[in-house]
Design a protein around this ligand. Structure first.
Ligand SMILES: NC(=O)C1=CN([C@@H]2O[C@H](COP(=O)(O)OP(=O)(O)OC[C@H]3O[C@@H](n4cnc5c(N)ncnc54)[C@H](O)[C@@H]3O)[C@@H](O)[C@H]2O)[C@@H](O)CC1
Ligand SMILES: Nc1ncnc2c1ncn2[C@@H]1O[C@H](COP(=O)(O)OP(=O)(O)O)[C@@H](O)[C@H]1O
Ligand SMILES: [K+]
Length: 532
């Protein structure tokens, strides 16, 4: 669905906690958790369709994330759902939430054998509904917490808890939220597996438990949710793979944090349609081809002439007034695109160019690459260009530089493995931008764009895995180069190009395989979609 509101932002845990403290000082005690729980209960109700009579199971950890789940469970129980809380750490549970659930007629079972006494598991159990239980700040029950969640071995899982999970229609993952570190521990992992195998809908509270909120890393077992209801702000992990894939559909519940968050730097931002619309270079009455920008493409080789054609195809759809191709694939380029200007000499002698793209299918043509890197206009370096380029020369450039590696190329630039880059994309893109003093667009299942001076990293919200097809990266570099020539800064050019490219791929694919050329051909559809 087309979103018409602006920039989506994400904040790290430290900022969310800081903003939350500031807000808590201004609102009645417990108000934020009630707002969170209310939003969570509404989302659960919508997923269930019919709340009355539904079998809901809450997986409740030791912190406020579990508290949210318990209060939401109480709301669902009051609407007639059969709600059972499974306590992973019966000695440490949010007291107010537990009392509220019991007061609403919810049941409570312990996840571990022999813990029943402490949490008073079973139906009823009294407690003063919604009174806040212990009445303390967090309202957590006191207890040793020695058994169970942290230390419990898998063999300790109570059969009753597994059985109740197996019968659930909806499982609420309140195991851990922003207080979590590392993957799911064994006891939680066992219950989550049971939930996953039962086919129940799984809703994560704030974050899928087990993923890293700040980086999107998944270091062990983690919940795979159908939906995640997050509070106050998106966290980076909800927008970056591999964690993003665990979150399912993400819904943000407003708990009034925005004004407080304004005091913090955003960690991530994702352009939306309106933002892209504002950035698109649209010609005016005074425009001519030079004012619109000329983009130069140094790409292709005897072995890879197609890369030249695809980069030019992308460039022609990016808003520059002219595309100048420089290299040995001029015949192939002209045959497909007679509007391209072609030249088979050194880039420095090619004529006027406002931004260069160098690298797709370039082979070993280091000389042409050097010419481009020495040019005092914005330069995009991709593919073979990233392998050949002199790193010191990149750092020494004064005009904007945009590097567009995929994970494998990023790994080579950083001297780590591809898997390490894919597991920690945010760290990788920031590190590359800092090391090369360049804007870096890291491609892949989550495309990220980082500027050399730090600041918010852009995350691209469009795209489809159908884009994982040979040559689609060449189209992207042409497109981004064209936007650079049209006058966008490197961060905007990279993020607008990624947005259009991902949208074009979705429009072209519609659930079926596409080639890179199809993606290039669909870029005008993406423009119209954005401008419409
Ligand atoms: N920050 C906010 O603005 C708000 C937070 N709320 C909720 O509060 C949550 C944060 O609560 P907490 O600070 O109590 O933290 P959590 O509930 O996320 O975690 C609590 C405890 O879990 C344990 N733990 C950590 N990693 C674990 C792991 N891998 N496996 C098992 N146990 C682990 C630790 O003992 C930790 O102290 C948020 O995610 C959200 O759900 C909401 O109630 C409303 C507002
Ligand atoms: N799993 C994926 N999901 C979404 N997009 C992907 C995925 N894998 C690759 N892409 C996108 O496809 C394009 C591939 O570019 P690249 O790896 O350079 O391929 P090539 O060199 O063949 O052109 C990039 O835009 C990248 O972000
Ligand atoms: K959770």
């Amino acid at each position: 669905m087309r979103e018409t509101w602006g920039m989506r932002t994400a904040y790290c845990v430290e900022s969310v906690r800081g903003a939350e403290r500031a807000l808590m000082a201004r609102v009645p005690e417990g108000a934020l958790m009630q707002r969170a729980a209310a939003g969570l209960a509404v989302a659960c109700g919508q997923l269930l369709g019919r709340v009355y009579g539904a079998r809901v199971v809450l997986l409740v950890g030791s912190g406020d994330n579990g508290g949210d789940a318990l209060y939401a469970g109480a709301r669902l129980a009051r609407r007639g759902a059969g709600v059972t809380a499974v306590l992973l750490d019966p000695g440490r549970v949010h007291g107010g939430g537990l009392a509220a659930l019991r007061g609403a007629g919810g049941r409570v079972v312990d996840a571990v054998v022999g813990g029943e006494g402490r949490s008073g598991a079973g139906a009823g159990g009294g407690g003063d509904a919604d009174s806040g239980g212990a009445g303390s700040g967090s309202g957590r029950g006191a207890g040793s917490g020695a058994a169970g969640f942290g230390s419990g071995s898998v063999g300790d899982v109570a059969e009753g808890a597994l059985a109740v999970v197996g019968r659930a229609q909806l499982v609420v993952d309140g195991i851990v939220g922003i207080g979590g570190t590392g993957g799911l521990r064994p006891l939680a992992g066992r219950l989550v597996r049971a939930a996953q195998e039962s086919g129940a809908l799984i809703v994560s509270v704030d974050l899928p438990s087990g993923v890293d909120a700040d980086t999107g890393q998944v270091r062990g077992d983690a919940v795979r949710a159908d939906a995640t209801v997050t509070f106050g702000a998106y966290k980076p992990g909800l927008l970056i793979d591999p964690a993003r894939e665990h979150a399912g559909a993400v819904r943000l519940v407003d708990i009034g944090l925005d004004a407080e968050l304004a005091a913090y730097d955003r960690d991530l931002e994702a352009l939306q349609y309106v933002d892209v619309d504002r950035l698109l270079p649209v010609p005016t009455a005074e425009s001519d081809k030079y004012r619109r920008g000329v983009v130069g493409i140094v790409a292709g080789s005897a072995r890879y002439p197609g890369a030249a054609v695809l980069a030019v195809a992308g460039a022609l759809r990016g808003g520059a007034g002219a595309v100048r191709y420089v290299g040995p694939a001029a015949d192939a380029v002209i045959a497909r695109f007679p509007e391209a200007l072609v030249f088979d000499g050194p880039p420095a002698k090619a004529g006027r160019v406002q931004a260069w793209v160098a690298g797709p299918g370039l082979g070993d043509d280091a000389a042409r690459l050097r010419d481009v890197v020495d040019a005092e206009v914005p330069v995009l370096i991709d593919a073979d260009g990233l392998r050949l380029v002199d790193h010191a020369a990149v750092r020494a450039r004064t005009a904007p530089t945009l590097l567009t590696p995929h994970a494998g190329e990023a790994a080579a630039l950083l001297g780590v493995s591809r898997a390490e880059v894919e597991a920690a994309r945010l760290d990788a893109v920031r590190e590359l931008a800092a090391r090369y003093g360049a804007t870096v667009l890291l491609k892949g299942s989550t495309t990220l764009i980082a500027a050399p001076g730090g600041g918010a990293v852009r995350v691209n919200p469009t795209g489809t895995s159908w884009l994982a097809t040979a040559g689609s990266g060449d189209v992207l570099s042409g497109l981004a180069g064209s936007l650079l020539a049209a006058g966008l800064g490197a961060r905007d050019a990279g993020s607008v190009a990624a947005f259009l490219h991902g949208l074009a791929a979705r429009l072209a694919a519609e659930g079926a395989p596409v080639g890179a050329q199809d993606v290039a051909d669909a870029v005008p559809l993406a423009w119209r979609d954005v401008r419409g």
